[in-house]
Design a protein around this ligand. Structure first.
Ligand code: NDP
Length: 338
């Protein structure tokens, strides 16, 4: 039986990646798209071969669908997800799940009570590169992990220089946009949870409205691993990467903090240098495959709702640290709410 999808949000990410990823599944079908603007809904539906474009959530939820993909601006995710959950639809929601981790916990609790599948679209854990890093560490190839470094400062493409850099009320800023991904990827690759973070943020000339367009964070993990991450919107030539350094070796992954299945990984140990090969499947297609399996009762989405709470709790703590000038404890409070 196919999974019939409704898209909430006539967004760039859906157009660039998610529509294709749904259609790449043998059992995925897109039934309708919702935009807040009726004309835009119609145009977007037409341009993307979607049968129906609607302008209300009710109309979308009543269009004969099984699941929704939410990719509106961040302040809308919570209410839209709760409405979909009430209507019994499975929910794949974009990151950040909401504007606060308390709201994200409410989403997770509602999904759990309703027995529906909730996933967070953290694409990077679906990357072959990050799975290879995780596997190499779990196999002991670098001994005991000691430290990690994440290089994720990019140049925000001109077509995306909208709400992210102008609207605090929509959940703009680089921390809710990119630090959440770094939180999730660090947790995934290290197989560990962060407990504390210290952050500096900046406004380097692109973002307005008091929003940050650059951040540097220092993280401490449960195991004692420390990490640093750099997120930005304003660096055209920085390149991206992910490194993990251990007692017996180091992993250097280049060009891997990206939406595409690209990049390279070098393992350096006393035995010398080794290039690690990895799977090059499209990240979003893999995410969708796991989500469909979860709907069938086989496993979980690659990033669950709880994972989305974790990444948002970390981003929240980073923002709080940047404001206060102090290190902040990361506490997703999952035990009590989820
Ligand atoms: P967009 O700005 O493209 O879309 C967000 C909303 O803005 C849309 O729902 C739409 O509202 C409105 N909009 C978009 N384009 C136009 C336009 N030309 N004219 C008028 N309104 C427009 O955002 P993104 O696709 O970049 O991001 C959407 C969500 O996805 C965010 O939560 C973001 O964090 C997340 N994201 C996740 C990524 C990932 O890899 N996991 C990557 C990129 C984004 P309406 O629907 O009402 O028409």
């Amino acid at each position: 039986m196919s999974v019939r999808w409704g898209l909430i949000g006539a967004s760039t990410i859906a157009k660039q990646f998610m529509i294709n990823a749904i259609r790449a599944q043998g059992d995925g079908e897109i039934i309708a798209v919702m935009s807040s603007n009726a004309e835009r809904a119609k145009t977007y539906a037409g341009e993307n071969g979607i049968p129906v474009g609607v302008s209300t959530l009710d109309a979308l939820l009543n269009a004969g669908i099984d699941a929704v993909y939410i990719s509106t601006t961040n302040e809308l995710h919570l209410e839209q997800a709760l409405a979909a959950i009430r209507a019994g639809k499975h929910v794949l929601c974009e990151k950040p799940l909401a504007l606060t981790s308390a709201d994200a916990r409410e989403m997770v609790a509602a999904a759990k009570a309703a027995g529906i599948v909730l996933g967070t679209n953290h694409h990077l854990r679906n990357a072959g590169a990050h799975r290879a890093l995780r596997d190499a560490i779990a196999a002991g190839r670098i001994g005991r992990p000691v430290a990690a470094r994440v290089f994720h400062s990019v140049y925000l493409p001109e077509n995306l220089q909208g709400w992210r850099i102008t609207k605090p009320e929509a959940g703009g800023g680089v921390v809710l946009d990119i630090t959440v991904h770094d939180a999730d990827t660090l947790r995934f690759v290290l197989g560990d949870d962060p407990v504390e973070i210290s952050a500096f943020t900046q406004s380097a000339g692109m973002a307005g409205g008091g929003l940050e367009d650059g951040a540097m964070c220092i993280w401490r993990f449960k195991s004692g691993v420390i990490a640093q991450s750099h997120e930005g919107f304003t660096t055209r030539f920085a390149g991206t990467g992910f490194e993990v350094h251990g007692s017996e070796g180091s992993l250097f992954a280049c060009n891997v903090m990206t939406q595409k299945p690209v990049g390279s990984i070098l393992l350096r140990t006393a035995a010398g240098d080794e290039d690690l090969s990895f799977d090059r499947e499209d990240l979003y297609t893999r995410s969708l495959r796991q989500f469909h399996a979860a709907i069938r009762g086989e496993g979980q989405p690659s990033a669950t709702g709880e994972d989305g709470v974790w990444s948002l709790a970390a981003a929240e703590a980073a923002l709080q640290s940047a404001r206060s000038g102090k290190a902040v404890i990361i506490d997703p409070k999952l035990g009590s709410a989820a």
